[in-house]
Unconditional design. Structure first.
Length: 190
């Protein structure tokens, strides 16, 4: 029971003090779960991030659910997920119930301008950490460079392209290369 409460409180703290959505939270989750608490490894965090991005739902909630499940099974997953969601739910509920024009309040609007910058920095930090931990082999590097190039071109030319398409394309290329290598390793075409 103590571990379940610790999971809840840890993720409630992350959920309460992190602005900017799931990508901004990844850095905090990694710092807490990998470096401080040692609940998961660096490799597991990288895998969780990829899986959480590929599955439905917010990435931070998917990450918290996995960490909770790894620590204490279903009860841990529920506690971690509930901890991650509860602070945001309460804050949004209070804002919507009592402050009709919340973002029109001058000091709030100005605070959010600063928060936007911090969120961008947190997301960049996560990207740099993931690139550093990535395998330095030709295929992962090619996929990363191609994905960055596609997303930059999409942004420059204002083309509407879902990031899901980029992820599916990257996964497909990697799977095709794996299957070709496996076939060649097994003696080629029979």
């Amino acid at each position: 029971m103590k571990k379940i409460l610790e999971l809840f409180l840890t993720f409630a703290k992350i959920g309460l003090f992190t602005f900017g959505g799931g990508y901004a939270m990844i850095s905090i989750i990694e710092n807490t779960c990998v470096e401080k608490k040692k609940w998961i490894t660096d490799d597991e965090m990288a895998s969780i991030t990829v899986i959480a991005e590929s599955t439905p739902g917010p990435i931070s909630i998917n990450c918290s659910t996995y960490v909770g499940y790894k620590q204490k099974g279903v009860a841990g997953a529920v506690a971690a997920t509930f901890g991650m969601v509860l602070p945001s739910f309460c804050i949004i509920f209070l804002i919507s119930a009592f402050l009709d024009n919340f973002l029109e309040i001058t000091w709030v609007a100005n605070a959010f301008k600063g928060i936007k910058i911090a969120v961008g920095i947190l997301i960049t930090d996560v990207a740099i950490k993931m690139i550093r931990k990535m395998e330095k082999k030709p295929l992962p590097l090619m996929i990363m460079i191609s994905s960055i190039a596609v997303m930059l071109l999409v942004d420059i030319f204002s083309v509407r392209l879902s990031t899901i398409i980029v992820m599916l394309a990257a996964g497909s290329v990697s799977l095709i290369v794996y299957l070709v290598r496996r076939r060649l390793a097994n003696g080629g075409v029979k």
